[in-house]
Every structure is written in C-alpha cells, then in structure tokens.
Design a binder for this molecule. Structure first.
Ligand code: FMN
Length: 166
C-alpha cells in the first residue's frame, strides 16, 4: 500500500522514529516545516499557547495535495499542551483524507501517556468525519522540553515494540 509518513519534530525525537519506521515499512517521508520560531522559553510558551488553542500553521496547498496522494498516511508529531501541534492541525484541516487509512504516532515527555485516549478520540473524530479511516494511535516516550533527543537505539526499540504497521 502506498504509504507516507508526514512528520513534524522540534527537537528530533519523532524525526528519528519517523525515519526508522519509513525505512522499515518502505514509506515515503514527508517532513513538515513550521517556520514559526519555537526556540527558547518564549518559543516554548508560544508553542504551548498555539497548541492549547488548536491553532493551525500554513504549510501551503502543494504539501496537502502531496500527502493526499497516498493510500495510507501516518502522521507523526510531538504532544504539545496535551494536544497536537499547529503543524499537524494544518494537515488535519487541509488534507483530503477520503478513503485513506490513517495512523498517528506521537512522542511526549510523559512516559505514562496520560490522556492518550482523549488524543486518540480527537484524531479519530476529525479523520473519520472527513471520510478517512482512523486505524490507531501509537504513543512513544521522548524527552522533556529543552532536553536533547533520546538515543537512536531507544527510539528504534520503542517503535519496534509499539508500532504494529507492516
Ligand atoms: C510547546 C511544548 C509543549 C509540550 N507539551 C507537552 C505535554 O503536554 N505533554 C508531554 O508529555 N510532553 C509535552 N512536551 C514535550 C514534547 O512532547 C517532547 O519533548 C517530545 O519528545 C518532543 O518531540 P520532538 O523531539 O520530536 O520535537 C511539550 C514540548 C513543547 C515544546
């Protein structure tokens, strides 16, 4: 099945997971670039504020069309403010998910994955409302804000243990 992994990563944790999964299952990687400056404490506050209000960023229509060419779409993103990122909100709002199989892979500092069921319900509702088929959400453990990313082997073992896509 023609598969893409559209990912947004600020500090590199979910980028490693997306890159590993892409080569493991033979998926096309689509990096999502948010031009907003999220660096430092002010950037962290800005990111948390925008995420908490479910704000969306503009990624350009060509990118939305590119993602919608795939039959199976994997969205990969950090958890921000208990929710998703402005980048992934843009994808959720603008990509045509009709008849697509959609998976979500998230990365967060909370390794207990609190409220993952609420995030799953959020993605499921939006994607299914747009005619897509939400299949699963996979939660992975990243690092605390401001800390460097985890070791690659750690990320790889989490993907192998958690993600059931083949
Ligand atoms: C603005 C912002 C808000 C965050 N909010 C949460 C949160 O609500 N819960 C959580 O577990 N982690 C939260 N984090 C931590 C990130 O999810 C974590 O650092 C993740 O590993 C980042 O992935 P990345 O390295 O691919 O950017 C937040 C990080 C940032 C920058």
């Amino acid at each position: 099945m023609k598969t893409c992994i559209a990912y947004f990563s600020k500090t590199g944790n979910i980028k490693m997971a997306a890159e590993y999964l892409a080569q493991k299952i033979g998926a096309q990687l689509i990096p999502l670039v948010d031009k907003t400056n999220y660096k430092g404490f002010i950037g962290f506050m800005k990111g948390g504020y925008k995420a908490s209000l479910s704000k969306s960023t503009d990624l350009g229509s060509a990118l939305y069309e590119e993602i919608s060419k795939y039959e199976r779409i994997i969205l990969a993103t950090p958890v921000w403010a208990g929710k998703t990122t402005p980048t992934i909100n843009a994808v959720l709002n603008n990509v045509d998910f009709k008849d697509k199989e959609v998976y979500v892979m998230t990365m967060q500092s909370d390794s207990d994955f609190g409220d993952a069921d609420k995030r799953e319900a959020f993605y499921k509702e939006i994607i299914n409302k747009k005619g897509g088929k939400f299949v699963a959400l996979y939660s992975l453990a990243g690092t605390s804000p401001g800390k460097p990313p985890r070791e690659e082997e750690d990320i790889i073992s989490q993907v192998d243990a958690t993600v059931t896509i083949v």
